[in-house]
Design a protein around this ligand. Structure first.
Ligand SMILES: NC(=O)c1ccc[n+]([C@@H]2O[C@H](COP(=O)([O-])OP(=O)(O)OC[C@H]3O[C@@H](n4cnc5c(N)ncnc54)[C@H](OP(=O)(O)O)[C@@H]3O)[C@@H](O)[C@H]2O)c1
Length: 255
């Protein structure tokens, strides 16, 4: 479960733990990762911690080795990543390369380390956290949008590669999700944008301005976690190469 020391990843780790799964909490920050693992253990779940930066081959290898020290891994959720709020004009080619490395090649590194042992045991789940911006990109964050598209694309290629192995590969594509950090940022932005004072009003107006959708609100990290839990379960044996959008209808297939 990469990038589970905060945000969406934290919610996924906590939900999978309530399903009886031993989760490996991962991040670079030791304090945050340990806090999530402690919270899981405090509610009767099982959690281990693997720390490390996934942007280098050596870093990813160390994370995989630490994760496998507790036994085989059945489920890989590639969630670690970052969003850079830059425009076309602001982004340098270095930003594009760094974003691709962090958001895409980090996932590939974990796939290369963990999928072979899933194949050997004839069961496994690989789940990429993608996003609606992969299909409906905005003018801003072009490097980020493109990295999400690559995550979707590689998940389907991997599904075809894993034909007849018992291992599936899928994508969960969130819309705009209300993580703690995002809520704080919106609350600070509210006055300048005239979004109101009460949180309910701020959320309604910010959603309309930033990610209009059929529910009139942002998604919650737990809602992404529920889709991941479904794909990770035996209930989803017949699903591979698919994308489950959890975005309240942000991405429009029919206008
Ligand atoms: N939030 C949204 O609305 C949204 C929508 C669509 C898709 N997504 C995707 O969902 C994922 C999680 O987003 P979030 O909003 O929950 O972000 P977040 O709260 O910033 O969490 C990111 C996680 O990734 C880890 N991480 C970042 N860079 C890393 C690196 N180089 N090596 C290892 N770990 C790294 C962080 O751990 P440390 O800080 O401890 O290193 C943290 O656990 C991202 O991949 C993002 O692209 C988010």
């Amino acid at each position: 479960m990469t990038g589970s020391s905060s945000g969406i990843g934290e919610a996924i780790a906590k939900l999978l733990a309530t399903e009886g799964i031993t989760v490996v909490v991962h991040g670079r920050d030791e304090g945050r990762a340990n806090a999530v693992a402690e919270a899981i253990r405090a509610t009767g779940g099982k959690a281990e911690v693997a720390l490390g930066d996934l942007t280098t081959d050596a870093g990813a290898e160390a994370v995989a080795t630490a994760a496998l020290a507790g036994g085989p891994i059945d489920i890989l959720v590639n969630n670690a990543g970052f969003i850079g709020y830059l425009s076309w004009e602001q982004t340098t080619t270095a930003d594009w390369a760094e974003t691709y490395n962090t958001n895409v090649i980090s996932s590939v590194r974990m796939i290369k380390h963990l999928v072979p042992q899933m194949r050997e045991r004839h069961w496994g789940r690989v789940i990429q956290i993608g996003g609606g911006l992969s299909q409906q990109p905005s003018a801003i964050m072009p490097h980020y949008n493109a990295s999400l598209a690559a995550r979707h694309n590689l998940a389907v290629s991997l599904a075809r590669e894993l034909t007849d192995t018992g291992v599936t590969s899928n994508v969960v594509a969130p819309g705009a999700i209300l993580t703690e950090g995002f809520q704080t940022a919106l609350t600070h932005m509210a006055q300048a944008h005239g979004w109101g004072d009460a949180w309910e009003e701020i959320e309604r107006n910010a959603t309309q301005a930033m990610a209009p959708n059929d529910t009139g609100r942002f998604g919650r990290p737990q809602e992404i976690a529920m889709a991941v839990a479904y794909l990770a379960s035996p209930l989803a044996d017949y699903i591979s190469g698919a994308t489950i959008r959890v975005d309240g209808g942000t991405v429009r297939t029919v206008i």
